[in-house]
Design a binder for this molecule. Sequence first.
Ligand code: ADP
Ligand code: MG
Length: 579
Amino acid sequence: MTRIFNDPADFADEALAGFCDAHSDLVRQVEGGAVRRNRPSMPKVAVITGGGSGHYPAFAGIIGPGFADGAVVGNIFTSPSTQQAYSVAKAANSGAGVVFTYGNYAGDVLNFGMASERLNAEGIRAENVLVTDDIASAPPSELEKRRGIAGDFVVFKVMGAAAEAGQDLESVVRLGRKANDHTRTIGTAFSGCTFPGADQPLFSLPEGYMGLGLGIHGEPGLFDTELPTAVELGQELVRRVLAEAPAAASGRVAVILNGLGSTKNEELFVLWRTVAPLLREAGFTLVMPEVGELVTSLDMAGVSLTLTWLDGELEQYWTAPALTPAFRRGSVGFEVSPDGQAVDDAAFVDAVHYSSTEASRAYAGQCLRALEETSSLLRASESMLGDMDAIAGDGDHGRGMVRGSAAALEAAATAFAAGAGAGSVLIAGGDAWADKAGGTSGVLWGAGLRAFGERLGNEERPTPDVLAAAVRAFADRITGLGKADLGDKTMVDSLLPFASSLSAGVSSGSAIEEAWASAAATATDAAAATADLRPLKGRARPLAEKSIGTPDPGATSLAMVFAAVGPHFTAVPVTAAIN
Ligand code: ADP
Ligand code: MG
């Protein structure tokens, strides 16, 4: 239960602002997150972590000498946007390149990946290192599909120390990937966590049971079992992690026994009494183990055990000093230098001059009404979509769609008031959606809407052919970025049927209103039919079985929105171009 908050929607922002104030000797807030208070005296690689909020001390709590240079801070359990990652990177960059490092979640992969592309295009070298330590989230044959949990901490620490020691970008990336390859975690949950303002936990377990294989977003465990004694739990965790020892295993290991939020340190120490002797009996030397809260999940009760098999260089960087708000080790010189240069917010706001025709302006008004309809529909459906996502995902789909569509509407209205045509109105809406929604669906919807707007342009009122082509551009952008195929149980399962049906209707000469309505009915059926599918992409994938019987939330919201906006996009004769 989260008890201290004002407006739940502001919780993450307020927490970040309070954190930055409390630790103003070490960090400062910038657009999108936080960076070190001081710029380094010499150019060094900037190690930037990030992800959703709700995991403190991950990710902002480990900014400081010897550790991270910055953290990109998303909304609770929600990937930060591309713009946020880009902005934090610009603030943290000191001229030797940037490396983003984060847990393997689709939204984070997309947003950090797009931010690096943007930085590289500007001549700032940027790389990405994913953490995939959770052995419960995919079998050993699919290591690259595993999600990142408490192993984040070791990987980030190694990279932060290596960058501090003056290693170049290639070396920091190589060390980060090696640390990840050598790291394995197994987690377990005893009870769920509750979003600020929510009256129900995201998931719950029967009293006296635990869920083995939890994720840090409150995803339920892979299977539930009766609560064992501390000794039995310790044996189970050790057995499972050791069974996954990497090929290059050594006799020296970094160990983290991590509490997930509301498991007390005393409980962790009781568990440690079993874990540590078992590891020593197995022949391991435990190098600077950590027992405590390092990667949490709001108020979830649970623990995870992480092992990193060390070699000489990994050990050197794991044991190196660090000075951060939440983690201190050894002694680092506390360098007091003038404040770092603040990020110039103005640099991100281009002065925009719109040019468009009367016809496109008229259609832009319809687009704006479509966005109004979308935003109010999603507001009314927020809890339904959230509940659907909580079955096998992380429960944030409703919230993300509401945030995204509200931001899109606001930006589109501003662009419209400034004279934008239809294309520019939708592009402004798409960019704002991607920036504010967070999550996988947010970045995909935002990018899709932008592609839709680009195809419409600002010249002519779209003909039915152009409208169908714009829908295809929306779909192509989403499949291009998200790489989901039909049947993977994602929004693509209602989007592609919609796009094909609309194109077919238009080419067979149906009136556009009818073609759209019939495509929307197809999409609604296709969304309902996803209930039978197993998720193959996205956050719900590790919980495939639990998802059977429930439709995909993203496919459902997409079908709803496309059905609702039809009358606005197709109203008044959408015939040949009117000049
Ligand atoms: P997150 O999964 O980051 O929590 P949301 O909960 O907002 O994001 O959205 C979840 C939806 O995103 C899923 O129901 C699915 O439809 C969609 N999705 C996830 N991954 C992909 C992908 N690779 N391509 C297309 N859609 C995806
Ligand atoms: Mg979700």
